[in-house]
Design a protein around this ligand. Sequence first.
Ligand SMILES: Nc1ncnc2c1ncn2[C@@H]1O[C@H](COP(=O)(O)OP(=O)(O)OP(=O)(O)O)[C@@H](O)[C@H]1O
Ligand code: SF4
Ligand SMILES: [Mg+2]
Length: 329
Amino acid sequence: MEQAVLQLKNLQTTFQSGRREIPAVDGVSLHINKGEVVGIVGESGCGKSVTSLSIMRLIPSPPGKINSGEIVFKGEDLTKASPKRMKQVRGKEISMIFQEPMTSLNPLFTIGNQLVEAIRNHNKVSKKEAEKKAIDLVKLVGIPRAEELIHNYPHQLSGGMRQRIMIAMAMSCDPEVLIADEPTTALDVTIQAQILDLMKSLNQSKGTAILLITHDLGVVADICNRVIVMYAGQIVEEGTVRMILKDPKHPYTQGLIRSLPKLTEREQELYSIPGTVPQPGSIEVGCRFAERCEYAFDACFTENPPLFELEESRACRCLLYREEEESVS
Ligand SMILES: Nc1ncnc2c1ncn2[C@@H]1O[C@H](COP(=O)(O)OP(=O)(O)OP(=O)(O)O)[C@@H](O)[C@H]1O
Ligand code: SF4
Ligand SMILES: [Mg+2]
C-alpha cells in the first residue's frame, strides 16, 4: 500500500431525502498505486459516479455530503481540504473526464481558448507558451492538424474528437491521477478502442494513475491492472483483471461476465441479470444482491456479508465464501 497515490478509507456519501440520509456510497475502501490503472465496474446506479465525484469533492450539497471516511491523496485527507485547496487539486493533481464532453466544454469558446485557459489556470506561463502547449496536447491525443483544429468551436468536432479534447484538457497539467467516468460510453466501438489506447499510452508514457469507471467489463479488460466491482454502493469483489475475468467469485460479477457478448455464440440470446439494482437505503438487512441471486440461501436475507479476503489482492462480499476465508471488514 506504500505507493498508493490515492486511497479511500470507508467512504460514505449520502443524499438527504426528507429526514433520511440515504447512502449512495456505503463504506468504500480502495487504493490506486502510482501509475496503476484501476477499473470500477457495476450497473447503473451502483454508486460509481458518486464515488468519483466524492473524490473531486463535487457532490452537490445539499442534498449530498461526504458523511464519513477519508480520501487520502498523497498523505492528505481531501475530505478536510478547504475549497481553495480543492481548486488546486482539481485539474492540477487529480483530473476528471466526464461522460458527456459537451457538458464540460464551453460552446462559446474555441478549443484553443479553453485549453489555454486550463493550462494558465494552473501554470505560470505566457499566453504564447500556453498556446504551444495546447497544440502539443492536441497532437498528443492523436488529432492531426492541431494548429488548425484549436480555432474550432466544440460543436464543429465529432464526438470522438471532443472526447480526445477532454482528455487533452484533463492531461493539460500533468495530473497524478486521472479519473475517467464512462469516457467512451457515448462513442462507437472503433473510436472507443482508440480512446482506450490513448489513455493506455498516456498512462505508460507519463505514469498517470487512472481510475476508469465503466459499466462495461470489456473496457476494463483492455486497459486495467485491477478491477473493483461495485453493487448498491458497496464493493462486492476486487482482484486483478485476470482473476475477475477468468474466475469471478461473486455471483454478481459472474452475472456481469455472463452478460458480455461472445463472438462465438452469435445465435444465443444475450444473458442479462434478472431484476434491477435496489435503490440506495432500501435494503437494511441482508445481502443487497440477494433478490437477484440464484445461490441465495436463508442467511443471505438476515446477515450483512462482509468483504472476505480470499487471497492476496482478492476479496469478495458473499456468504458462500464465509467458511473458506477470514473476514477483513
Ligand atoms: N444528486 C443526487 N441526489 C440524490 N440521489 C443521487 C444524486 N446523485 C446520485 N444519486 C443516487 O446515488 C445512486 C448512485 O448513483 P451514481 O450516479 O453514482 O450511479 P452510477 O453507478 O454512476 O450509475 P451510471 O452507470 O448510471 O452512471 C443512485 O441511486 C442515484 O439515484
Ligand atoms: S451472500 Fe448470498 S445472496 Fe449475496 S451474493 Fe452471496 S450467495 Fe448471493
Ligand atoms: Mg455514473
